[in-house]
Design a protein around this ligand. Structure first.
Ligand code: KG4
Ligand code: ZN
Length: 324
């Protein structure tokens, strides 16, 4: 629950990681069915935590309308629009990636506009020029796997549980740098595109070539993390240079990675620019970031119709600008 003046009053998260762990990834049908069970109790607990005495205190309902798994999205859309209808307030479907982009606005020192955003999640790796809320220009994207996907897939090869990113990062702390040197794709070419799919093949070859002792696993994890982080840093610096901007925002699940945060802050700082992150909790998927984007757009007068819908695909650049 987000208040225009009072800020974030309460927020909640129900993680489905345990539900999907046995399958090594998200099972769409299980996700939607569990949404049906969890959503309303979660909304109630957040309203209670915020001390909302009456529904009349709520002036709008924002929800994630895409892009993503349509079954899970529709479950949320149906609940959000039904609540809004019952409460007699507007509802608004928010773009998941816009939520990630605006998550740092929840921090005490929000990033100024314009800036360059590095959006790194399980499904996306994007460099975006953000001139204002709703004004996004994609500068570069991954041609294949996303950075989070590269973390998850290589973690799986090392036998780590789903989702592998945070586990691999943890293991990498014990690894020796330089013991495994994995490719840093597209660094030798100009441009702002990424490609991470070769990394899992390289890791597969490396682990097949020797016994996977705990020390070797840690060294491989370190090699993977360094390869991904190096690539993200190099391209982010290139994007700052190409746009002439001095502010970088890093968001999405992979921005929870501490090595990335520390090394990027140093590299960007050395160039006289500044980097902003959401707090770790709001790097990975959360509802607070959807409220931020929703509030900005509801204030600007955007509203959904009464029809319930969601979008599996939704280009970020097609969003309308907010304000003049
Ligand atoms: O944004 P997010 O929560 O969900 C999507 O929209 O995809 O991002 C999830 C991704 C997963 O691939 C996960 O492994 C990765 O973020 N991730 C991390 C870390 N925490 C989450 N990757 C590396 N290091 C971390 N600490
Ligand atoms: Zn996300």
């Amino acid at each position: 629950m987000l208040d225009d003046r009072g800020g974030l009053l309460a927020h909640g998260l129900f993680s489905q990681i345990e539900l999907h762990r046995a399958y090594g990834g998200v099972v769409p049908e299980l996700a939607s069915r569990d949404h049906v069970r969890r959503l309303l109790p979660l909304v109630e607990s957040v309203l209670n935590a915020a001390g909302a005495r009456a529904p009349g205190e709520i002036q709008g309902v924002a929800y994630t309308a895409g892009p993503g798994l349509i079954g899970a999205l529709l479950t949320g859309a149906a609940l959000a629009r039904s609540l809004a209808f019952a409460w007699g307030v507007p509802a608004l479907g928010v773009h998941h990636l816009e939520g990630h982009l605006l998550a740092p606005l929840l921090e005490p020192e929000p990033p100024p506009f314009p800036h360059v955003a590095l959006l790194v999640s399980g499904g996306h790796t994007l460099l975006i020029e953000v001139s204002a809320i709703g004004r996004y220009r994609v500068l570069g994207a991954s041609r294949d796997d996303a950075a989070g996907e590269a973390f998850d897939k290589t973690a799986k090869l090392l036998g780590l549980p789903y989702p592998g990113g945070p586990h691999l990062a943890e293991l990498a702390r014990e690894g020796r740098p330089g013991r495994f040197k994995f490719p840093r794709p597209m660094l030798d070419r100009p441009g702002l595109e990424f490609s991470f799919s070769g990394l899992k093949t390289a890791v597969l070859h490396a682990v097949a070539a020797q016994e996977l002792t705990p020390a070797v696993r840690a060294d491989v994890a370190r090699g993977v993390e360094d390869a991904i982080v190096d690539t993200l840093i190099a391209k982010s610096l290139r994007a700052l240079e190409a746009t002439g901007l001095a502010v970088l925002v890093v968001s999405g699940g992979v921005s929870a990675n501490r090595t990335l945060r520390e090394r990027l802050a140093a590299a960007v700082g050395a160039r006289g620019a500044r980097v902003y992150y959401p707090r770790i909790e709001f790097s990975t998927d959360n509802a607070a970031m959807i409220a931020v984007a929703g509030l900005a757009r509801l204030k600007a007068g955007e509203r959904d119709t009464l029809a319930i819908g969601a979008r599996a695909q939704w280009p970020l650049e097609s969003l309308p600008a907010v304000g003049p």
